[in-house]
Design a protein around this ligand. Sequence first.
Ligand code: CUA
Length: 341
Amino acid sequence: MPKRLLTASNARTAILLAGVALSLSSCGWSLWDSPMTTVRPRSDFGKWIDEIFMLISWTTLVIFIAVEGALLYVCWRFRDRPGAPMPKQIHGHTALEISWTVAFAVVLLIIGIPTIRIIFKTQEAPAATALRVDVSGRQWWWEFTYPEFKVTTANELHLPVGQTVAFHLHAPDVIHSFWFPNLGGKRDVVPQRVNRLILTPLVPGEYLGQCAEYCGMSHANMRMRVVVHPQGEFEQWMKAQQAPPVESADPLAQQGKGIFTQSACVGCHTIMGISAGEVGPNLTHFGSRKSMAANLMANTPDNIAKWIENPDHMKPGARMPNLGMSADQSKALAAYLLSLK
Ligand code: CUA
């Protein structure tokens, strides 16, 4: 009988293999190209972790090929044939037992020694010249304070390239986790203690971050963005942050300012020269930020007005109350907030 190449079972296997290959390749694609990838490190910390990741991946790939190759060879070499003699038994072979015990001890050393070295390296005290940034994880947004510059901002972190940063992480409410995958080094943000994370961004650009520890209803909406500035640009940004906001003379913005100063907004938010609330994000230079609501949406008049009208609808569980603003009031407030450059 002629052999049929494409039986139903062969076809099923081929489809299954194609599916696995496709999902592996798309997984590989997203691993490298995702905006929140750990395998394209942009800081010294990220590079160290990546080196260990690559070392372990390549070591285990070589072991996998050697073991699977040996397995296939043995299956073929000692396959059952009519009249074949029983192969030589190696149970209790002392030399073999010793050699594969030693081999795996060597593999553990290859992985263990650099890993322990990096663990200690990433726990070292920061240099005196490091830029200090106090990070406060809140439900569900991030506050960044630069104590040396007396500047506080929210959700959008700015750093100079090539400068070591010492993050001091703390949480006034519940546990969070500070994570910019491109910069490496996820670290827990825990109430009642200050954790430290030290790293040096090496490549200018914008990277996305995310709270990485379940912290309540809008944990997934607790995002952030970091702008790593080229040399010289960071100082400009910092100067602008230290100055009071540049206000617009636009009548709608002025109307919004009136509403802001006469409503509950001032109890929770700081705008330099206007209010000193500390419950919600500092809004002094809100208009200079690209996104709002912890990097959940673009900073547009529409989004801001919708947020003011019903924060809980935009971010479930949001701590900001619905202040009962009318559509016109929200529009004026949005114009005012966006004018704060
Ligand atoms: Cu904060 Cu999850």
